[in-house]
Design a protein around this ligand. Structure first.
Ligand code: SAH
Length: 404
């Protein structure tokens, strides 16, 4: 397959400062620029960085060199030497697929086949939507290897079309080998909007223009759970995007569902997604800032049986952590006022910088601080197609509280 021209890579011998060496020995995939002690040659994007033990001179790990990022080396192979070739990538994908097997046995044809670092493919995402595979690259390191990787992805996923998405930083930097965000690199795409199934419920995603790869697959298990709880209930879905939770609730026979999002376009998708499924519940969309929208509903004394609050990542950088925590405080308080007696408040966070324990503590302090006692029904983390292999890889947490 000829997606990119033949890009020659070289090998760079690397030695690390002791603290970084310890991290690599523990299986951490990131090596920052400042942790490199010695480097045999100046590297280009995608060059193989062979990391040697400082004392024993044995191979500790193999990474890909990224001159454009402060995370200068991203590790793909730990502990022992290996030939990084087409077969190596095929083995990686086979292993990744085997972890997802239980999910693929459900009524689901949308899943994340490769989840970056967590599948030893740093900055490389592969999402499947029915017969369309969306590859999203977050780093230049992958261009030299695309001709090897993509055929294996096609073979193992059975997809007929491959769309390439590029992160914003890749779109602005120069060398992308004539590839653009949204390029079709295999097969053809009849429509930008692809219909797929998630635990028996139909959805659609715009794989060319949608956020990330078009849809947020990570909450699948929580959406199913909310769907299962929704029969005959009234449900409020806050930060609903394309209606993930709303549509599962409707398909689960909710009586009424209200979806709130600041983006009208997202809510139009939610409407479209709802109409792909048979349901008799009433679906209302509310274009609003969530904080204001929730306050408005409280003023009108509205209450729901189930309230789901799944905001975007509030802490994209270190300096935003306190502000993010404060937003979680506000959302827990607002949510607590909108749930009927014995109703359920579902609170989620996707900020990896706010760890699970801290997030749950914020939720619990502020529900009870609001004068409502609760029973914790469940806490959930990542679905099987989003494995976690290092601390920064864990971002998703969600709690189910029944309020008295
Ligand atoms: N719950 C969704 C994913 C949420 S993504 C799912 O299951 O798929 C975050 C969403 O929050 C985006 O759709 C974005 O438009 C919306 N958003 C961001 N800031 C907002 C705000 N202040 N008020 C309401 N919605 C907001």
């Amino acid at each position: 397959m000829n997606i990119v021209p033949d890009i020659k890579t070289q090998r760079i011998a690397i030695k690390l400062k002791p603290s970084a060496e310890k991290m690599v020995k523990r299986g951490h995939p990131w090596i920052f620029e400042k942790s490199i002690l010695k480097q045999s040659i100046k590297g280009k994007a995608g060059d193989l960085a062979i990391i040697y033990d400082n004392k024993k001179n044995t191979i500790l790990a193999i990474g890909l060199y990224d001159p454009y990022s402060p995370i200068r080396i991203k590790i793909i192979q730990f502990k022992k030497a290996a030939q990084i070739n087409s077969e190596w990538f095929n083995n990686r994908i086979t292993q990744a697929k085997s972890i997802r097997k239980p999910l693929l046995e459900t009524a689901t044809n949308s899943y994340r086949l490769l989840f970056g670092e967590n599948d030893q493919m740093p900055g490389f995402i592969a999402d499947v939507y029915d017969s369309v595979l969306v590859v999203k690259l977050y780093s230049h390191i992958w261009f030299p290897y695309l001709n090897w990787i993509v055929p294996h992805l096609i073979q193992q996923s059975g997809c007929k079309t491959v769309v390439l998405r590029l992160s914003r930083s890749l779109q602005t930097e120069s060398q992308t080998y004539n590839l653009e965000d949204g390029s079709i690199i295999y097969g053809s795409l009849e429509k930008e909007v692809v219909v797929f199934k998630e635990h028996g419920v139909l959805f659609s995603a715009n794989v060319i223009k949608g956020h990330k790869t078009g849809y947020f697959l990570d909450h699948r298990h929580n959406r199913k759970k909310v769907g299962d709880l929704s029969k005959g209930k009234t449900v409020l879905d806050v930060f609903s995007y394309a209606g993930g939770f709303s549509v599962h609730a409707l398909a689960g026979k909710a009586k009424e569902v209200v979806s709130i999002d600041i983006s009208r376009q997202a809510l139009e998708m939610a409407k479209d997604n709802a109409s792909l499924n048979t349901h008799s519940g009433r679906h209302t969309i509310m274009v609003a800032d969530a904080f204001e929208g929730l306050q408005g509903l409280i003023s009108k004394k509205k209450k729901f049986d189930i309230v789901v609050i799944d905001p975007p990542s509030f802490a994209k950088r270190e300096s935003e952590i306190n502000k993010a925590k404060n937003s979680y405080v506000r959302l827990a308080k607002l949510g607590a006022q909108l749930v009927h007696k014995k109703g359920i408040l579902v609170l989620a966070s996707c900020s990896s910088r706010v760890v699970a324990e801290e997030f749950f503590e914020i939720c619990e302090d502020n529900i009870s601080g609001y004068g409502r006692s609760f029973t914790l029904l469940d806490k959930t983390y990542h679905d099987v197609d989003h494995p976690v292999s290092f601390p920064e890889g864990a971002y998703l947490k969600c709690a189910y509280y029944q309020l008295n």
